[in-house]
Design a binder for this molecule. Structure first.
Ligand code: PEP
Ligand code: MG
Length: 592
């Protein structure tokens, strides 16, 4: 048995056969069901036929452009495709070991490559390059045309499985058919990575930050994972798996007790009313948000609409329908929709110019929207039209200063003008800025002149203030929500809001941690938006807190010099393990 400990980022128990995905090399490995052998062999054969046709086309082209002697170089690859030792062996792996076709081809090639390496013939040894090329082509052709390989296979895999991946980017995760997947485990990832946020909202149990699990866990192995404790067992004895089930059942019981809170108001022990809103990734989440007791939506991450489809398909009407859907489902409650917080690669746009940097600090979010005015106006028109159906607020991500917000408002005014010209004037819509870039926190007083509300995006604010990548699990020790710098920024922005009579919320993951809610309340925050499932536990804390006491704790915390000292001031935080604010137990252990 193998036991791995990572970071539990989405609670729940998952049990299933491992589907191993090496996203970076697009390598997907799993064991097929016995009745799928014939169709898997047929899939491999079809890929072989396509590969053969492509190689012949390449030969013709090379023969015409470079000469027949160069075209002959591809003879070896064509011969390999018909080699019974190679393809026959791949077929045998499918039939006898029930490997999926891509994995079978890789295994067969590995066997042949070993033999080639052992020969003294330099010509034959060099054929290993051709072999790798042929396998790459076969695997490419095993993916359906037009589909990303991973999502394609994840759709057809026998369930229930546990995805074990090196990484599972949000754009891929958003396309997975989760009804077939019991849970997932990744080598990379942290609590505030968008895939983690998505997992919690989908209620898919998940453990991340496992370092090299995708290499250590064999495809098809039985995996049991606990998304609360971060524990993952491979081929466990029944007694250990049963212990996990018992622990999970106790947690469910506790959740059941919290259910009783759903209808109760989020009011502190000394009578201060607190707003608890939900963060949504998908329109369907609205139903769950209501079930968890959300009073509204504090953050709808509209960029998730981009997953799996090109921006061209997200027409004004398609977007209008999606935004209206959320408003309809929330039945008159306030809905705050954030314009796309996407990078260039998500928009699939090269129109921003060649050589554009594709990093997190490259062109993204409001800056990308402002550089693609037509797309931006399309989104804003869709939002303004949807505003006829409920109390909608528009929020701009990644605002770094008043000028950006001013410019975004200008484009919003243009979009409103276009709708008026069409004879459909929009209603007035409150406009807010996310405060998630340090410069925005420091100039919140200037931004406030241009905004109707502010929302603290602590996930990014922490990452950029402390220079600690939120997606890199190795940086977790530096990613400190309770760093004095973060507390000061929260207090500063809250004070700006109070002076301007403006609502200020916290919509980063900090808001969903019951252990830091007290300090945020003490800093004067009375509005939070979080993943829906976190609402009951946060409400429980709020109902037991006395704000006067929370203020005292916050005052003490603000005098602390280090994150460690801050933690000592906050009840329940110091010495605990498990989330971004607690000391974390990290790394890998292996049980005998
Ligand atoms: C944040 O940065 O805190 C935030 C809420 O936005 P996201 O997590 O989508 O970057
Ligand atoms: Mg953000």
């Amino acid at each position: 048995m193998l036991q791995l400990i990572g970071l539990g980022i989405s609670p729940g128990l998952a049990r299933g056969r491992a589907l191993v995905v090496r996203q970076r090399t697009r390598d997907v490995r799993y064991r097929i069901l016995p009745d799928a052998v014939a169709s898997e062999c047929a899939r491999l054969d079809a890929a072989r036929t396509r590969s053969r046709a492509q190689l012949r086309e390449i030969q013709t082209h090379v023969s015409r452009t470079a000469g027949p002697e160069y075209a002959a170089l591809f003879d070896a690859q064509l011969l390999m495709l018909d080699d019974p030792l190679f393809m026959g062996q791949a077929d045998a792996f499918i039939r006898d070991e029930r490997l999926n076709a891509g994995w079978a081809a890789v295994r067969a090639a590995e066997d042949i490559a070993t033999h080639l390496l052992e020969t003294d013939d330099p010509y034959l040894r060099e054929r290993r390059g051709d072999l790798a090329d042929v396998v790459g082509r076969l695997r490419m052709n095993l993916r359906s045309p037009g589909h990303d390989g991973t999502t394609d296979l994840l759709r057809s895999v026998p369930g229930p499985c546990v995805i074990v991946a090196d990484d599972l980017p949000p754009s891929i995760a958003a396309q997975v058919d989760w009804s077939r997947v019991a849970g997932f485990a990744t080598d990379a990832g942290t609590r505030t990575y968008h895939t983690a946020i998505l997992a919690r909202s989908l209620r898919v149990p998940a453990v991340v930050g496992l370092h090299d699990a995708s290499h250590r866990i064999l495809p098809g192995a039985l995996v049991v994972l606990d998304g609360a404790s971060g524990e993952l067992l491979v081929e466990p004895p029944e007694s250990l798996a049963a212990r996990m089930v018992t622990r999970h059942a106790a947690r469910l019981e506790e959740e059941g007790r919290l259910d009783a809170l759903r209808e109760l108001p989020a009011t502190t022990a000394d009578g201060v009313a607190i707003r608890l809103h939900a963060n949504l990734e998908l329109p369907d989440d609205a139903t769950q948000a209501l079930a968890c007791g959300a009073e509204g939506v504090g953050l709808y991450r509209s960029e998730f609409l981009l997953a799996g489809r090109p921006i061209e398909q997200l027409t004004e009407d398609v977007q209008y329908a999606a935004y209206r859907d959320v408003l309809d489902r929330m039945h008159g409650r306030e809905v705050t929709i954030r314009t796309f917080d996407a990078g260039e690669e998500q928009l699939g746009r090269s129109s921003v110019g060649p050589g554009a940097l594709r990093t997190r600090l490259g062109l993204r979010a409001i800056r990308l929207s402002l550089s693609l005015r037509d797309l931006f106006r399309t989104q804003l028109r869709a939002l303004l039209r949807a505003a006829h159906h409920g109390p909608l607020r528009i929020m701009f991500p990644f605002i770094s200063g008043a000028d950006e917000l001013r410019e975004a408002r200008q484009v919003l005014a243009e979009a409103a003008g276009e709708l008026r010209a069409r004879g459909v004037p929009p209603p007035p819509v409150p406009v807010g800025a996310m405060i998630e870039v340090p410069s925005a926190a420091l100039t919140a007083d200037l931004i406030a002149h241009e905004a109707d509300f502010l929302s603290l995006g602590t996930n990014d604010l922490i990452q950029y203030t402390l220079a600690a990548d939120r997606t890199d699990d190795r940086m977790q020790q530096f990613y400190e929500p309770l760093h004095p710098a973060i507390l000061r920024m929260v207090r500063q922005v809250q004070r700006v809001g109070r002076r301007h009579g403006m609502r200020v919320s916290v919509c980063g993951e900090m808001a969903s941690d019951p252990l830091v809610i007290t300090i945020l309340l003490g800093l004067g925050i009375t509005e939070f938006s979080m993943t829906p499932v976190a609402i009951p536990a946060v409400k429980q804390v709020i109902r037991s807190v006395d704000v006067a006491e929370a203020r005292r704790i916050a005052r003490d915390a603000l005098r602390a010099v280090t994150p460690g000292e801050v933690k000592k001031k906050v009840p329940g935080v110091s010495g605990e393990q498990g989330s971004g604010v607690r000391d974390q137990e990290r790394g890998l252990t292996q049980a005998p």
